[in-house]
Design a protein around this ligand. Structure first.
Ligand SMILES: Nc1nc2c(ncn2[C@@H]2O[C@H](COP(=O)(O)OP(=O)(O)OP(=O)(O)O)[C@@H](O)[C@H]2O)c(=O)[nH]1
Length: 379
């Protein structure tokens, strides 16, 4: 199975909440499309008995579904009862309307429900309102089906995401210092392991620094990832100053001529003032060695935390000058929508997404694929 297919399946699975929400939205207030007016038919043969059943069964057979409720006043199809054997009219066929397909007039009530569905899918209030307004343009007052809604939504979401879909930039500077930050358990260590493996695969020499000097288990975990990726891991004694480890790692990476230095840091909640101050110190000390460093400060976010990710970005950005994001655990949540809210609010580059626990489960961020997977369009 191709990598993209695997990612898509995982995202589809996780996004079922939004997908189902959109379907329910149309089903709730919608009505089945009536038969469209018949296309002009060639003159009937002058035989009295019924013609033999040679027509395409799927196009001519009456729908199995119960008779649709009275069509809305605006529907042109209510004007005349179609001939029982007629094929869908030209206009209906051209616009992909199928008799029996449930559609609903996009009015204020539907827009309000749409906003709620988007908020529940973690897109945040601001972004949900913006998306609903964009959907209203060109659709308001018209009967729309689930497929059309999903397609339009996927298009609008992709438009928000496209400007931020940017892989980790690689500079000529050696060593390029990448500082990896985030709250506890967001997936920093795992992401560093995956990233180191990808960079190594691209021919870069990489060194990892184990900046979580508080937890011995964290250092061991990073060493496991280092050996999986085939990359050396620099450690310091437990309880030592993470800022001085970062400095020493820069000296070593420079001496060894490494292309990339990835610095892991301890998880810290954004509301812990003391730990945030410690992070600010790490950055200050790194800059003593190289005023341009860290060249990238990557904030790793766990998609399952939902809206809290917004406050994480806000505070980490102030303290550590975050230059890009990686969002992990998109394989196991229905909350991927927060990524849209983040892109809309902060416009920070999204370098990659985590879609599993294995070393190759770090995917480039593809806005179109993501938008389609999130909305269930093309399912
Ligand atoms: N399903 C899934 N699990 C992930 C992903 N990324 C990380 N994990 C898991 O999340 C858990 C925490 O990951 P870590 O890499 O240890 O997180 P951390 O941010 O380094 O943790 P601390 O050092 O404690 O702050 C581990 O069980 C990982 O296997 C992902 O993309 N998908």
């Amino acid at each position: 199975m191709s990598f993209f297919k695997k990612m898509k399946e995982r995202l589809f699975k996780s996004s079922s909440k939004l997908d189902e929400g959109l379907e329910a939205l149309v089903e709730e207030g919608g009505t089945a499309e009536p038969e469209a007016p018949a296309a002009p038919q060639p003159p009937a043969p002058a035989r009295a008995e019924a013609p033999a059943d040679t027509a395409d069964a799927s196009s001519g057979a009456p729908d199995e579904a119960p008779a649709p409720p009275p069509a809305p006043v605006s529907s042109p199809a209510s004007a005349a009862a179609p001939a029982p054997e007629s094929r869908p009219g030209f206009i209906a066929r051209a616009f992909g309307t199928k008799p029996g397909e449930v559609k609903r007039v996009l009015d204020d009530a539907m827009l309000e429900s749409l906003e709620e569905v988007l908020i529940q899918a973690d897109m945040g209030v601001e972004t949900s309102i913006k998306l609903s307004a964009r959907l209203a343009e060109g659709h308001f007052g018209r009967r729309v089906g689930t497929r059309e809604i999903k397609e339009a939504l996927a298009r609008e979401i992709a438009a928000i995401l496209t400007p931020v879909a940017r892989p980790l930039p690689i500079y000529a500077k050696r060593p390029q210092v990448v500082l990896v930050v985030g709250v506890n358990g967001s997936g920093k260590t795992t992401t560093i392991g995956k990233l180191a493996s990808q960079l190594r695969g691209a021919g870069k020499s990489v060194v990892i620094a184990a900046g979580d000097t508080f937890r011995a288990a964290a250092v061991e975990q990073l060493q496991v990832w280092g050996s999986r990726a085939g990359v050396p891991v620099m450690t310091a004694p437990q309880g030592s100053d993470p800022a001085s480890l970062a400095f020493d790692a820069m000296v070593r990476a420079e001496a060894e001529g490494a292309d990339m230095l990835l610095i892991d840091t301890a998880g810290r909640l954004q509301n812990r003032q003391d730990l945030m101050e410690e992070l600010a110190k790490i950055v200050r000390v790194i800059r003593k060695k190289d005023p341009q460093a860290p060249h990238n400060t990557v904030l790793v976010l766990d998609a399952t935390t939902g809206q809290n990710a917004l406050s994480q970005v806000e505070i980490f950005r102030k303290i550590a000058d975050v230059s890009g994001l990686v969002m992990t655990k998109l394989d196991g949540t229905a909350k991927g929508g927060v990524l849209v809210a983040l892109a809309d609010r902060f416009g920070l580059p999204i370098h990659a997404i985590g879609v599993g626990e294995s070393i190759d489960d770090l995917a480039p961020f593809d806005p179109d694929e993501f938008a389609r997977a999130l909305t269930g369009f093309g399912d």
